[in-house]
Write a protein that binds this ligand. Structure first.
Ligand SMILES: *[C@@H]1O[C@H](CO)[C@@H](O)[C@H](O)[C@H]1NC(C)=O
Ligand SMILES: *[C@@H]1O[C@H](CO)[C@@H](O)[C@H](O)[C@H]1NC(C)=O
Length: 392
């Protein structure tokens, strides 16, 4: 602006001093080109200024825009630059990720609210194995899953430093999730179960979730298990209001008002639940702190947390029984373990109906689909009997 003002002043001065015509035109011509040059220079400086500011603005905006996206490993896992339906419904090929528990539980707690899926959804049964590392019955499970691809998914929680060495052809290949250390009977056990549920929830097609240990075996073939679970009106979570020191005796008054003594429940750690209840478990921030603070050994939190919290809000969806047979008849804190010598056809045949039960409110002969605990030595006779037992 200063340049222009000075120009004008000069012009005024020139006009005031009237001189011969030719001199005047020469002078004004020179002046005109000078002015043009100055105006041009002015615009050049202006344009330069704008572009410098613009570049900084773009940089600033880019950082602002990328910030919330960068840590979302889920998006990069799908390798999608733009949002597509595929990026929501296609499960990652590898279950490994870089989310910590806080991020994982938050992500897993998201659920669609519309009842109709905009794609063909085959509901899958998620098998979640909780182990220190090895899966001694892997060959039996391989037989169990064979030929049912697309109807199941597998997740394994092991000790964090365990290196699985399943071949590419195995159903357990790359199915070990990011895990943490677990102490028996402590909150870290429920943390591991929630971690398994959360990982399995990331696959939108998983509809039912069954928790198993490395010492569990199937008692029926896959098709039977799938139709039993998918056809059930209820989820299989053991929920009992038990008297005595191992039941109500483990309740603490400090849990009030969130949990009262009459709401306190006990059930087997090994459950099968549907997606709705799985989301309930991963989203819970109400009951979790109470159990973490007040339920410590000899209050075994894995026997109380999920049964209690689910029966408070969702009791009408619970079958109040487990699908996993366990022999507690010998007493003590640990159930009986069965080895090679125990495995006979008669023994295995009677396990599914070992106890009377209801299925969809009707009396049923089959109450258990899985059983524990089995020692690795049981594998060999189990593989021999598998075609008969699993109906292969
Ligand atoms: C996970 O990461 C977030 C963000 O860095 C952090 O706020 C949170 O405390 C972390 N959670 C755990 C369990 O480490
Ligand atoms: C399970 O127990 C609850 C009470 O805790 C009850 O309301 C529900 O009906 C029971 N479920 C079945 C299938 O009987």
């Amino acid at each position: 602006m200063k340049v222009m003002v000075m120009e004008m002043e000069e012009g005024v001065k020139d006009n005031a001093a009237s001189t011969p015509k030719s001199r005047l035109t020469n002078q004004s011509r020179a002046l005109l080109s000078m002015r043009l040059l100055q105006i041009l220079l002015f615009f050049l400086v202006l344009a330069l200024g704008i572009s410098v500011v613009g570049i900084h603005m773009i940089k600033f905006l880019k950082i602002q825009y990328l910030a919330p996206v960068a840590p979302t490993t889920l998006i990069s896992m799908y390798d999608h630059g733009t949002v597509t339906l595929e990026s929501f419904i296609r499960p990652p090929l590898n279950v490994w990720h870089t989310l910590n528990d806080t991020e994982l539980l938050w992500r897993a707690s998201m659920e669609p609210r519309r009842n109709v899926y905009p794609f063909k959804r085959f509901p899958k049964l998620a098998f979640m194995f909780l182990t220190k590392g090895p899966l001694p019955f892997a060959p039996l499970w391989e037989m169990f899953f064979k030929g049912h691809e697309g109807l199941y998914s597998i997740y394994v929680h092991a000790l964090p430093n365990y290196k699985p060495d399943f071949p590419r052809s195995s159903v357990f290949y790359r199915r070990y999730i990011p895990s943490q250390a677990v102490s028996w009977g402590e909150m870290s056990m429920c943390d591991a179960e929630r971690r398994l549920l959360a990982n399995a929830l990331l696959d939108i097609s998983n509809e039912w979730f069954v928790l198993l240990s490395e010492s569990c075996i199937p008692l029926r073939g896959f098709s039977f298990v799938y139709s039993y679970v998918s056809g059930s009106r209820y989820s299989f979570m053991g929920c009992a209001d038990e008297e005595g020191p191992d039941g109500r005796g483990r309740y603490r008054n400090g849990m009030e008002p969130e949990i009262t003594l009459s709401q306190w429940r006990k059930g087997s750690q090994w459950f099968e639940i549907n997606r709705k209840l799985a989301v309930e478990i991963v989203q819970d921030t109400t009951y979790y702190p109470k159990f973490k603070e007040f339920c410590k050994p000899p209050c075994y939190v894995d026997e109380h947390y999920f049964p209690t919290m689910l029966s408070i809000k969702h009791r009408i969806f619970l079958a109040n029984r487990t699908l996993t047979w366990t022999d507690w008849s010998r007493g003590g804190a640990h159930p009986a373990t069965f080895g090679k010598a125990d495995i006979t056809e008669t023994f295995l045949q009677k396990l599914p109906g070992a106890k009377a039960c209801l299925y969809n409110d009707q009396k049923s002969h089959v109450c258990y689909l899985f059983a524990r605990k089995f020692a690795p030595s049981a594998l060999e006779p189990l593989l021999q009997l598998a075609p008969k037992i699993l109906g292969l």
